[in-house]
Ligand binder design. Structure first.
Ligand code: NAP
Ligand code: G4F
Length: 373
């Protein structure tokens, strides 16, 4: 993954006295959120779990110089599976806000490690909430990273805060527990505990095994002659894809709202995996023609080369076919709206992957504009 650019040489904003703890700080969202909160002048603490290889690439630019006294990202070792570490960290930091973004976040993987997923993605939330309660940190605001996967197989769209849940994976079942326990701590103990039900959001920092990044990375590599073929699973699946920095902004708005509540965050547009793939390959100058059906479907370029094929290993035991969110409540009550269109998102991601392998990005993408809605 290409390292994000270092922060500008401008001095950091004056500390605003707010202490914030992020779990999942090394992930896509955690890195954008840490940047955002540091830019506001908050003191940001991130929980990092032990890994046998480096797992801080997305945040290295935020904390790498420990001698700079004004860099305020601090990392502490902990694990959502280890309640004592969660407790110890909260006792030390005594944060004003906690964003619980840590999770085993890969849906397909959750079918292989369901118990672990339940422990981290589900019980992780109650470990944080219970520690807050135990420590008497009643005023600390809590954000839970809930997911549109909760809607799963509901077969009704668009999905909003009133749509019932139908989890279709161990990941979604774990997220359902985390959603409900968050709501329960709000109702039972009066805590300021909120859920953001976020639809898929992507960026150049997206993990390489999620479909969008897998596609944009492959398109860049294939265009450069570094890879021959991209193998995918279900091309029919449809997702409501937005831009991660926009969604991080929604998290902050949810946590700073007057009243603790649960909000859907989405663009209100849905596209298939096939459409995303077609847009990404077109961006690198390899428009695709599709031929064949089912497992035999192929994406072929103008020279007749087969660039995309289907591999059944990437299908899921139970699939979520259609996600399409209705974020009108977030728009009305929080003033939130997305700023990046589907096409701009594809271009941002493809161009970043082209640059990461030392290529030249296609003609400059126009700067993200406010969406015409
Ligand atoms: P991500 O890139 O996969 O990041 C997940 C984070 O969780 C990483 O920092 C990871 O650490 C950490 N983590 C994993 N296991 C942990 C453990 N046992 N203890 C503590 N931390 C652990 O995910 P993301 O896309 O940023 O998403 C952030 C959150 O939003 C996740 O909870 C995800 O389920 C949820 N969500 C995401 C989307 C989306 O479209 N991106 C949509 C809805 C909800 P390592 O770096 O060490 O692996
Ligand atoms: O990119 P995906 O793996 O994301 P998925 O399953 O929608 O989950 C992501 O979004 C959720 C929000 O709705 C988050 F809660 C969750 O943490 C994660 O961030 O897959 C998207 C779609 C699926 O339908 C999948 O079957 O793409 C389809 N797909 C087709 N071929 C593929 C592939 N997915 C992956 N990962 N790899 C493929 O080769």
């Amino acid at each position: 993954m290409k390292r994000p650019p270092p922060p500008s040489r401008r001095p950091w904003p004056a500390p605003n006295g707010r202490r914030i703890l992020l779990t999942g700080v090394t992930g896509q969202d955690g890195s954008y959120l840490a940047e955002r909160l540091l830019a506001e002048g908050c003191e940001v603490w991130g929980m990092v779990r032990r890994s046998s290889s480096f797992n801080t690439q997305r945040i290295d630019h935020l904390y790498q110089d420990p001698h700079e006294t004004d860099v305020r990202l601090r990392l502490v070792n902990g694990d959502l599976g280890d309640g004592s570490s969660v407790n110890r960290i909260l006792k030390r930091v005594r944060p004003h806000e906690v964003y619980n973004l840590g999770a085993q976040s890969h849906v397909k993987t959750s079918f292989d490690i369901p118990e672990y997923t339940a422990d981290i993605t589900g019980l992780g939330a109650v470990r944080v909430l219970e520690a807050l309660r135990d420590l008497g940190l009643d005023d600390t605001r809590f954000y839970q990273a809930s997911s549109s996967e909760l809607y799963g197989g509901i077969g009704r769209s668009p999905q909003n805060e009133r749509t019932p849940f139908h989890p279709r994976s161990p990941y979604a079942a774990a997220k359902a527990y985390a959603f409900h326990i968050t709501r329960n701590y709000r109702e039972a103990w009066g805590m300021f505990a909120t859920n953001g039900i976020l639809f898929n959001h992507e960026s150049p920092r997206r993990g390489e095994t999620f479909v969008t990044r897998k596609i944009t990375r492959a398109a860049a590599r294939i265009a450069r002659g570094m890879q021959k073929t991209l193998y995918l699973g279900n091309l029919e699946a449809r997702r409501d894809w937005g831009y991660a920095p926009d969604y991080v902004d929604a998290m902050v708005r949810i946590l700073r709202a007057k009243k603790a509540d649960d909000y859907v965050v989405a663009t209100g547009e849905t596209h298939s995996v096939r459409e995303f793939c077609a847009a990404a390959f077109a961006r690198v100058g390899l428009p695709l023609e599709w031929s064949g059906k089912g497992l035999k479907e192929r994406g072929v370029d103008a020279r007749g080369r087969v660039l995309v094929q289907i591999d059944e290993r990437y299908f899921r035991p139970s699939e979520v076919e259609l996600l399409l969110g209705d974020a009108s409540r977030a728009r009305r009550e929080l003033g939130w709206k997305p700023t990046v269109t589907f096409r701009q998102l594809v271009e941002i991601m493809v161009d970043a992957d082209v640059e990461a392998i030392g290529g030249t990005a296609p003609p400059a993408a126009p700067a993200p504009r406010r969406r015409a809605r």
